[in-house]
Design a protein around this ligand. Structure first.
Ligand code: NAP
Ligand code: MN
Length: 269
């Protein structure tokens, strides 16, 4: 691992237009004393170029590294930057200068760790979602720290990080959560509520010290789809998912005048 934080890896979709846009950026970085590396394992700054969806992929495909700084460069039209992109491709000078002068502060985003059937573990930066894969509802038992909390019947559930709270979670009326609070938010997708089936009905927020367990009922033998941010899990026959907040965090650059609440205001108000 290089000592100085100056080894850059660029993560982007290698289509013609982006390749053209990234070229001058790489040159600028090199002229400014950065080393551009071709293998992300040799980098200590990983730069994603694209939209928020690309940033989620950049973090996932480079293994949720906690010894790296992640930076997002937006390619959205009209200078829009989204939630994970602090810079815009049309204004990268600004980025190179602020990194060079170490004007940036580090922001730490909590991530979720989901363990499937006590074996495979996965991280999520936005959310872990579980959804019926068929037209019928599916049933699961929800446990909080081994307390049987409710039996859910419906379309599914979303377990979101604070930074994920403005994504899928928000579309189902979940609360927007400050990323300075280490916690996970659980939101329902169309739960059935009647005299036979009962769930809390509202989103709830768990402390980062707690564990959420979802046990999928084998009834009907229909297995749901598990989503980790913008990727579907390829494991199909899942019986149990344990979800906790990870000890690990994702470090991103923080610029002045670009706090989480500024982004929320800019995007939604
Ligand atoms: P997508 O379907 O293009 O994403 C949907 C929108 O969510 C995009 O506009 C994306 O922004 C935005 N987004 C992603 N992360 C966000 C965040 N943390 N805060 C606010 N907005 C955010 O797929 P994608 O771009 O690969 O993003 C994957 C995410 O989409 C999932 O993690 C999930 O949260 C979300 N999603 C939402 C719904 C829903 O709202 N009904 C359904 C499925 C998935 P960009 O345009 O900048 O990428
Ligand atoms: Mn997208």
């Amino acid at each position: 691992m290089p000592e100085r934080r100056n080894h850059l890896y660029f993560f982007y979709k290698h289509d013609e237009q982006l390749i053209e846009q990234v070229k001058p950026l790489m040159e600028l970085a090199q002229q400014s004393g950065f080393v551009v590396v071709g293998d992300y394992r040799n980098a200590n700054i990983i730069v994603s170029i694209g939209d928020d969806g690309s940033f989620l992929q950049a973090v996932r495909q480079t293994g949720f590294r906690n010894d790296c700084l992640y930076a997002g460069i937006s390619t959205l039209p009209s200078h829009a930057r989204g939630f994970y992109c602090d810079f815009h491709i049309d204004d990268v000078n600004h980025m190179v200068q602020s990194m060079k002068n170490e004007q940036i502060e580090v922001r730490r985003y909590p991530i979720i760790q989901a363990t499937i059937d006590d074996t495979a573990s996965f991280f999520c930066l936005n959310e872990c979602s579980i959804r019926s894969g068929i037209i019928k509802t599916f049933v699961m038992d929800v446990f909080i720290d081994d307390l049987h909390f409710e039996t859910f019947r419906g379309d599914g559930m979303i377990v979101a990080t604070p930074t994920g709270s403005t994504a899928y979670n928000k579309s189902v009326n979940g609360a927007v959560v400050d990323p300075l609070l280490p916690c996970i938010q659980v939101s329902e997708l169309a739960s059935l509520n009647n005299n036979r089936y009962r769930t809390l009905g509202s989103s709830f927020i768990l402390s980062g010290e707690r564990k959420l367990t979802l046990k999928i009922s084998p009834e009907g033998n229909h297995y749901p789809i598990i989503g980790m941010d913008n990727e579907a899990l390829s494991i199909q026959h899942i019986e149990k998912i344990d979800i906790v907040l990870s000890d690990r965090v994702i470090k991103t650059v923080r610029l002045k005048d670009n706090s989480f609440w500024e982004k929320v205001k800019r995007t939604f108000l």
